[in-house]
Design a binder for this molecule. Structure first.
Ligand code: ATP
Ligand code: MG
Length: 283
Protein backbone atom coordinates (compact mmCIF):
# COMPACT_ATOMS: atom_id res chain seq x y z
CA UNK A 1 0.00 0.00 0.00
CA UNK A 2 1.24 3.51 -0.83
CA UNK A 3 -0.20 6.80 0.32
CA UNK A 4 -0.53 9.81 -1.96
CA UNK A 5 -1.13 13.33 -0.63
CA UNK A 6 -3.46 15.42 -2.80
CA UNK A 7 -4.89 18.90 -2.40
CA UNK A 8 -8.18 18.56 -0.46
CA UNK A 9 -9.86 21.35 -2.39
CA UNK A 10 -8.67 24.04 -4.71
CA UNK A 11 -7.10 24.35 -8.11
CA UNK A 12 -5.27 21.03 -8.20
CA UNK A 13 -7.87 18.79 -6.56
CA UNK A 14 -10.07 18.02 -9.52
CA UNK A 15 -7.29 17.42 -12.00
CA UNK A 16 -5.39 15.25 -9.52
CA UNK A 17 -8.49 13.09 -9.01
CA UNK A 18 -9.10 12.96 -12.77
CA UNK A 19 -5.54 11.86 -13.29
CA UNK A 20 -6.01 8.90 -10.94
CA UNK A 21 -9.30 8.04 -12.65
CA UNK A 22 -7.63 8.13 -16.10
CA UNK A 23 -4.98 5.81 -14.70
CA UNK A 24 -7.78 3.35 -13.89
CA UNK A 25 -7.70 4.04 -10.15
CA UNK A 26 -11.15 4.54 -8.66
CA UNK A 27 -11.57 6.20 -5.30
CA UNK A 28 -14.51 6.10 -2.90
CA UNK A 29 -16.46 9.35 -2.92
CA UNK A 30 -15.45 10.81 0.40
CA UNK A 31 -14.56 14.44 0.03
CA UNK A 32 -15.22 15.01 3.73
CA UNK A 33 -12.74 12.44 4.89
CA UNK A 34 -9.06 13.08 5.44
CA UNK A 35 -8.13 9.68 4.09
CA UNK A 36 -9.74 7.41 1.53
CA UNK A 37 -8.80 4.19 -0.22
CA UNK A 38 -8.67 3.31 -3.89
CA UNK A 39 -10.86 0.35 -4.78
CA UNK A 40 -8.63 -1.30 -7.32
CA UNK A 41 -5.07 -0.21 -6.60
CA UNK A 42 -3.11 -0.46 -3.34
CA UNK A 43 -3.35 3.29 -2.81
CA UNK A 44 -4.58 5.52 -0.03
CA UNK A 45 -5.35 9.20 -0.59
CA UNK A 46 -4.55 11.76 2.06
CA UNK A 47 -6.31 15.08 1.44
CA UNK A 48 -4.34 18.10 2.66
CA UNK A 49 -3.92 21.84 2.14
CA UNK A 50 -1.38 22.25 -0.60
CA UNK A 51 0.96 24.09 1.81
CA UNK A 52 1.30 20.90 3.87
CA UNK A 53 2.00 18.45 1.05
CA UNK A 54 5.78 18.94 0.62
CA UNK A 55 6.37 18.46 4.35
CA UNK A 56 4.03 15.45 4.54
CA UNK A 57 6.09 13.76 1.83
CA UNK A 58 9.45 14.81 3.30
CA UNK A 59 8.34 13.39 6.70
CA UNK A 60 7.00 10.23 5.03
CA UNK A 61 3.47 10.78 6.27
CA UNK A 62 2.72 10.25 2.57
CA UNK A 63 4.87 8.28 0.11
CA UNK A 64 4.17 10.64 -2.80
CA UNK A 65 2.18 13.82 -3.37
CA UNK A 66 0.86 16.05 -6.12
CA UNK A 67 1.46 19.76 -5.55
CA UNK A 68 2.49 22.90 -7.44
CA UNK A 69 6.23 23.30 -8.01
CA UNK A 70 5.82 26.80 -6.50
CA UNK A 71 4.82 25.26 -3.15
CA UNK A 72 7.71 22.80 -3.30
CA UNK A 73 10.18 25.66 -3.87
CA UNK A 74 8.60 27.89 -1.23
CA UNK A 75 8.60 25.23 1.47
CA UNK A 76 12.11 24.06 0.62
CA UNK A 77 11.31 20.54 1.92
CA UNK A 78 13.76 17.84 0.83
CA UNK A 79 11.72 16.03 -1.83
CA UNK A 80 12.44 14.77 -5.33
CA UNK A 81 10.33 15.57 -8.37
CA UNK A 82 9.31 12.20 -9.80
CA UNK A 83 6.96 13.17 -12.60
CA UNK A 84 5.17 16.10 -14.26
CA UNK A 85 1.58 15.15 -15.11
CA UNK A 86 1.12 18.26 -17.26
CA UNK A 87 -1.49 20.42 -15.50
CA UNK A 88 -1.59 23.39 -13.10
CA UNK A 89 0.64 25.47 -15.33
CA UNK A 90 1.17 29.00 -14.09
CA UNK A 91 3.96 31.47 -13.32
CA UNK A 92 5.02 33.54 -10.35
CA UNK A 93 5.39 37.17 -11.32
CA UNK A 94 5.96 40.63 -9.94
CA UNK A 95 3.21 43.09 -10.81
CA UNK A 96 2.80 46.81 -10.17
CA UNK A 97 -0.06 49.33 -10.55
CA UNK A 98 -0.53 49.89 -14.27
CA UNK A 99 0.05 53.65 -14.23
CA UNK A 100 3.43 53.43 -12.54
CA UNK A 101 6.42 53.97 -14.83
CA UNK A 102 8.58 50.83 -14.73
CA UNK A 103 12.30 51.16 -15.24
CA UNK A 104 13.51 47.64 -14.59
CA UNK A 105 14.09 45.55 -11.49
CA UNK A 106 15.65 48.41 -9.52
CA UNK A 107 12.09 49.76 -9.35
CA UNK A 108 11.60 47.38 -6.42
CA UNK A 109 14.38 48.92 -4.29
CA UNK A 110 12.67 50.23 -1.16
CA UNK A 111 9.24 49.05 -2.35
CA UNK A 112 6.78 46.96 -0.35
CA UNK A 113 5.66 43.76 -2.08
CA UNK A 114 2.74 41.58 -0.94
CA UNK A 115 3.08 37.84 -1.48
CA UNK A 116 2.26 34.34 -0.23
CA UNK A 117 5.68 33.23 -1.49
CA UNK A 118 8.14 35.19 0.69
CA UNK A 119 11.03 32.73 0.38
CA UNK A 120 11.00 32.55 -3.40
CA UNK A 121 10.79 36.32 -3.64
CA UNK A 122 13.51 36.93 -1.05
CA UNK A 123 15.84 34.63 -2.96
CA UNK A 124 15.06 36.39 -6.24
CA UNK A 125 15.67 39.82 -4.70
CA UNK A 126 18.91 38.58 -3.12
CA UNK A 127 20.18 37.12 -6.41
CA UNK A 128 19.45 40.38 -8.18
CA UNK A 129 20.75 42.71 -5.45
CA UNK A 130 17.35 44.31 -4.79
CA UNK A 131 16.46 45.68 -1.34
CA UNK A 132 12.70 45.18 -1.31
CA UNK A 133 10.37 44.88 1.65
CA UNK A 134 8.38 41.67 1.62
CA UNK A 135 4.93 41.57 3.25
CA UNK A 136 3.69 38.01 3.64
CA UNK A 137 -0.07 37.63 3.31
CA UNK A 138 -1.99 34.40 2.97
CA UNK A 139 -4.70 35.30 0.45
CA UNK A 140 -6.12 38.04 -1.81
CA UNK A 141 -2.61 39.29 -2.48
CA UNK A 142 -3.73 41.14 -5.60
CA UNK A 143 -5.79 43.71 -3.68
CA UNK A 144 -2.89 44.84 -1.45
CA UNK A 145 -1.78 47.81 -3.63
CA UNK A 146 -5.30 49.15 -4.14
CA UNK A 147 -5.92 49.31 -0.38
CA UNK A 148 -2.58 51.05 0.18
CA UNK A 149 -0.97 48.09 1.90
CA UNK A 150 1.92 47.59 -0.53
CA UNK A 151 3.40 49.06 -3.72
CA UNK A 152 3.40 45.83 -5.67
CA UNK A 153 2.55 42.12 -5.59
CA UNK A 154 4.36 38.87 -6.26
CA UNK A 155 1.75 36.27 -7.12
CA UNK A 156 0.57 33.41 -9.29
CA UNK A 157 -0.46 34.40 -12.82
CA UNK A 158 -2.02 32.23 -15.50
CA UNK A 159 -4.15 34.24 -17.92
CA UNK A 160 -3.39 37.57 -16.23
CA UNK A 161 -7.10 38.39 -15.86
CA UNK A 162 -6.94 38.79 -12.07
CA UNK A 163 -4.07 41.27 -12.34
CA UNK A 164 -5.87 43.36 -14.97
CA UNK A 165 -9.08 43.49 -12.97
CA UNK A 166 -7.08 44.82 -10.03
CA UNK A 167 -5.35 47.51 -12.10
CA UNK A 168 -1.98 45.73 -12.06
CA UNK A 169 0.52 44.92 -14.79
CA UNK A 170 2.98 42.03 -14.79
CA UNK A 171 6.55 43.33 -15.05
CA UNK A 172 8.83 40.38 -14.19
CA UNK A 173 8.31 36.60 -14.42
CA UNK A 174 10.27 34.96 -11.64
CA UNK A 175 9.46 31.28 -12.10
CA UNK A 176 7.28 28.91 -14.11
CA UNK A 177 5.32 26.29 -12.22
CA UNK A 178 3.12 23.27 -12.80
CA UNK A 179 1.80 20.36 -10.78
CA UNK A 180 4.49 17.83 -9.88
CA UNK A 181 4.46 14.37 -8.35
CA UNK A 182 6.94 14.42 -5.48
CA UNK A 183 8.52 11.71 -3.38
CA UNK A 184 11.18 11.51 -0.66
CA UNK A 185 14.80 11.44 -1.92
CA UNK A 186 15.29 7.81 -0.85
CA UNK A 187 11.93 6.03 -1.09
CA UNK A 188 11.12 3.04 1.06
CA UNK A 189 12.33 0.03 -1.00
CA UNK A 190 9.08 -1.77 -0.18
CA UNK A 191 7.03 1.07 -1.67
CA UNK A 192 9.19 1.75 -4.68
CA UNK A 193 7.69 -0.88 -7.04
CA UNK A 194 4.19 0.52 -6.40
CA UNK A 195 5.37 4.11 -6.96
CA UNK A 196 6.93 2.99 -10.23
CA UNK A 197 3.72 1.22 -11.22
CA UNK A 198 1.74 4.39 -10.53
CA UNK A 199 4.11 6.55 -12.61
CA UNK A 200 4.00 4.00 -15.43
CA UNK A 201 0.21 4.30 -15.54
CA UNK A 202 0.28 8.09 -15.41
CA UNK A 203 2.81 8.14 -18.23
CA UNK A 204 0.74 5.93 -20.52
CA UNK A 205 -2.27 8.21 -19.99
CA UNK A 206 -0.25 11.35 -20.71
CA UNK A 207 1.31 9.83 -23.81
CA UNK A 208 -2.08 9.04 -25.32
CA UNK A 209 -3.36 12.61 -24.81
CA UNK A 210 -3.59 14.58 -28.03
CA UNK A 211 -3.16 11.44 -30.14
CA UNK A 212 -5.56 9.59 -32.43
CA UNK A 213 -5.52 6.13 -33.93
CA UNK A 214 -5.94 6.18 -37.69
CA UNK A 215 -6.92 3.30 -40.00
CA UNK A 216 -6.88 3.93 -43.74
CA UNK A 217 -7.16 1.82 -46.88
CA UNK A 218 -4.70 2.70 -49.64
CA UNK A 219 -4.18 1.35 -53.17
CA UNK A 220 -0.88 -0.57 -53.16
CA UNK A 221 0.69 1.66 -55.79
CA UNK A 222 0.11 4.67 -53.49
CA UNK A 223 1.47 3.07 -50.31
CA UNK A 224 4.87 4.77 -50.46
CA UNK A 225 3.26 8.15 -50.95
CA UNK A 226 0.78 7.50 -48.10
CA UNK A 227 3.60 6.56 -45.73
CA UNK A 228 5.33 9.84 -46.53
CA UNK A 229 2.15 11.75 -45.68
CA UNK A 230 1.57 10.09 -42.30
CA UNK A 231 3.98 11.43 -39.68
CA UNK A 232 4.21 8.50 -37.30
CA UNK A 233 6.45 7.75 -34.38
CA UNK A 234 7.34 4.22 -35.35
CA UNK A 235 6.93 1.97 -38.32
CA UNK A 236 3.17 1.79 -39.01
CA UNK A 237 1.28 -1.50 -39.32
CA UNK A 238 0.55 -2.56 -42.93
CA UNK A 239 -2.13 -5.18 -43.55
CA UNK A 240 -3.14 -6.71 -46.88
CA UNK A 241 -6.87 -6.43 -47.69
CA UNK A 242 -8.99 -9.17 -49.27
CA UNK A 243 -8.81 -7.18 -52.49
CA UNK A 244 -5.12 -7.73 -53.28
CA UNK A 245 -4.71 -4.32 -54.90
CA UNK A 246 -5.27 -2.58 -51.55
CA UNK A 247 -3.63 -2.43 -48.11
CA UNK A 248 -4.60 -0.94 -44.76
CA UNK A 249 -2.34 1.32 -42.73
CA UNK A 250 -2.86 1.49 -38.94
CA UNK A 251 -0.95 4.01 -36.87
CA UNK A 252 -1.06 6.81 -34.29
CA UNK A 253 -1.04 10.46 -35.31
CA UNK A 254 -1.02 13.77 -33.40
CA UNK A 255 -4.58 15.06 -33.12
CA UNK A 256 -3.64 18.48 -34.47
CA UNK A 257 -2.34 16.92 -37.71
CA UNK A 258 -5.35 14.65 -38.30
CA UNK A 259 -7.27 16.92 -40.69
CA UNK A 260 -4.22 17.77 -42.73
CA UNK A 261 -3.21 14.11 -42.98
CA UNK A 262 -6.68 12.82 -43.90
CA UNK A 263 -7.13 15.47 -46.61
CA UNK A 264 -3.80 14.59 -48.16
CA UNK A 265 -4.60 10.86 -47.96
CA UNK A 266 -7.96 11.43 -49.68
CA UNK A 267 -6.22 13.38 -52.43
CA UNK A 268 -4.02 10.40 -53.35
CA UNK A 269 -7.00 8.01 -53.48
CA UNK A 270 -7.11 6.59 -49.96
CA UNK A 271 -10.53 5.37 -48.74
CA UNK A 272 -12.37 4.28 -45.62
CA UNK A 273 -10.45 6.44 -43.19
CA UNK A 274 -11.29 5.71 -39.55
CA UNK A 275 -10.09 7.98 -36.75
CA UNK A 276 -10.38 6.46 -33.27
CA UNK A 277 -9.68 7.89 -29.86
CA UNK A 278 -6.82 6.40 -27.92
CA UNK A 279 -7.11 5.47 -24.26
CA UNK A 280 -3.64 4.22 -23.37
CA UNK A 281 -0.32 4.08 -25.06
CA UNK A 282 2.17 1.64 -23.60
CA UNK A 283 5.48 1.48 -25.41
P1 ATP B 1 -5.03 25.39 -0.16
O1 ATP B 1 -6.35 25.65 0.46
O2 ATP B 1 -4.86 23.92 -0.47
O3 ATP B 1 -3.88 25.96 0.62
P2 ATP B 1 -4.45 27.47 -2.10
O4 ATP B 1 -5.50 28.51 -1.99
O5 ATP B 1 -3.12 27.68 -1.46
O6 ATP B 1 -5.08 26.09 -1.60
P3 ATP B 1 -4.98 27.14 -4.94
O7 ATP B 1 -5.42 28.50 -5.32
O8 ATP B 1 -6.00 26.06 -4.88
O9 ATP B 1 -4.11 27.15 -3.60
O10 ATP B 1 -3.82 26.72 -5.96
C1 ATP B 1 -3.11 25.51 -5.80
C2 ATP B 1 -1.96 25.47 -6.81
O11 ATP B 1 -2.50 25.49 -8.12
C3 ATP B 1 -1.01 26.66 -6.77
O12 ATP B 1 -0.01 26.53 -5.79
C4 ATP B 1 -0.45 26.65 -8.16
O13 ATP B 1 0.59 25.69 -8.29
C5 ATP B 1 -1.64 26.20 -8.99
N1 ATP B 1 -2.39 27.36 -9.50
C6 ATP B 1 -2.88 28.38 -8.80
N2 ATP B 1 -3.51 29.28 -9.57
C7 ATP B 1 -3.43 28.81 -10.81
C8 ATP B 1 -3.92 29.27 -12.06
N3 ATP B 1 -4.58 30.39 -12.18
N4 ATP B 1 -3.69 28.49 -13.13
C9 ATP B 1 -3.03 27.34 -13.01
N5 ATP B 1 -2.54 26.87 -11.86
C10 ATP B 1 -2.73 27.58 -10.77
MG1 MG C 1 -2.23 26.84 0.00
Amino acid sequence: MIRIALQAKGRLNEESMNLLADAGISVEESKRKLLSKANNFPLEILYLRDDDIPQAVANRIADVGIVGLNEVKEKGSPVDILYEPGFGKCRLSLAIPKNEPYNGLQYFNGKKVATSYPKILAEYFRENGIQGQIEEIAGSVEIAPSIGMTDAVFDIVSSGGTLISNGLVEVETVMYSQAVLIGPPAPDPEKEPLIRKLIFRLESVKRSKGKKYILVNVPNDKLDRALEIIPCMKSPTLLPLADQRWSAIHTVVDEELIWDVTEQLKSIGAEDILILSLERMIL
